[in-house]
Design a protein around this ligand. Structure first.
Ligand code: BJW
Length: 245
């Protein structure tokens, strides 16, 4: 399918004072990191989230959950940022204010070079203590899985946000502030079904921002977005950055 960047969008980019961008797993798909809900390749076509991405699941079967995250930690550590990640780095350089809000835990935006970034769902490369909820930088590897917190001997867990858990308060406040204050908002590579992140583009719309969706598939946002660019982030974003703004 031929994708065209509408002139009105180029105009909005030219005049934008604050761009906010929400990204989801689709942005990293072209780096080889599986999405969650895509029917054939999504992680949850093979695994049940209730068995793996909840605190209860971890308490029930800590070894299995730890190993699932260890497998994904290695996979994301090997992945490289793609053309979509790099286009967003370039976008940040071209506007007075830029806020990237990501649901991704793979750290690829940071590795690409994005500066002003909010991680809503944590980062898979970090671990924290299950009991005290504080980050842990080092621990003794004595073969026990999961390893134990050196301070309180509780299990260590990945520093990600599971279903039913609160998002980091500061990150969430900043994300909603950016959605309220931006004049141009991009929602890229997210199915838009997981709250509270899914509400951000609607907050931007209500506050008068131009909202652009980049996704090969339809989402709950598609009909309400100002512009819908139906394609892969790694193709569409470089096209946008190639436009004269
Ligand atoms: C491409 C592409 C390409 C493919 N280019 N695009 C209000 C109503 C109902 C329920 C709730 C509510 N508020 C809270 C809830 C409960 C829950 C929730 O939202 N449930 C819904 C599923 C119904 N939310 C929570 O529990 C959150 N906590 C919270 O709100 O606390 C307070 C509270 C608790 C309980 C009740 C009420 C309030 C926490 C959410 C944590 C989400 N955690 C996960 C796992 C992280 C760790 C891990 O990785 O294992 O985060 S779930 C998973 O989904 C992950 C993602 O960040 C998140 C979003 O997924 P994403 O990124 O959108 O990926 P996909 O796969 O869904 O979509 C990919 C898209 O890319 C697709 O559209 C493709 O088409 C597209 N694509 N290739 C561009 N190349």
């Amino acid at each position: 399918m031929r994708i065209e960047i509408p002139n009105a969008l180029i105009d909005a980019l030219r005049h934008a004072q604050h761009i906010a961008v929400l990204t989801g797993a689709g942005v990293s798909a072209e780096s080889g990191v599986p999405t969650f809900r895509d029917a054939q390749t999504g992680l949850w076509s093979k695994f049940n989230p209730q068995e793996l991405a909840t605190r209860k699941a971890f308490q029930r079967n800590p070894k299995m959950v730890w190993e699932w995250y260890a497998y994904r930690r290695e996979l994301t550590a090997r992945a490289e940022p793609n053309a979509g990640h790099y286009a967003l780095v370039e976008m940040e350089k071209r506007v007075p204010q830029f806020t990237l809000i990501t649901q991704n835990i793979d750290g690829l935006h940071e590795r690409a070079g994005t500066k002003n970034m909010i991680e809503l769902h944590g980062n898979i490369q970090r671990v924290k203590c299950l009991r005290e909820d504080v980050r842990v930088e080092s621990w003794v590897e004595d073969g026990e899985i999961p390893p134990r917190c050196p301070r309180c001997n509780s299990y260590l867990r990945p520093d990600v946000v599971w279903f039913g858990e609160m998002l980091p308060a500061f990150a969430l406040d900043e994300a909603f502030r950016a959605a309220r204050n931006c004049d141009l908002f991009f929602s890229i590579g997210t199915s838009g079904v997981v709250e509270p992140a899914a509400s951000l583009p609607f907050v931007a719309l209500r506050n008068g921002a131009v909202v652009v969706e980049i996704n090969p598939d339809e989402t709950p946002l598609s009909r309400g977005a100002t512009f819908r660019l139906c394609g892969a982030a790694g193709v569409v974003l470089p096209m946008i950055l190639g436009a004269p703004f």
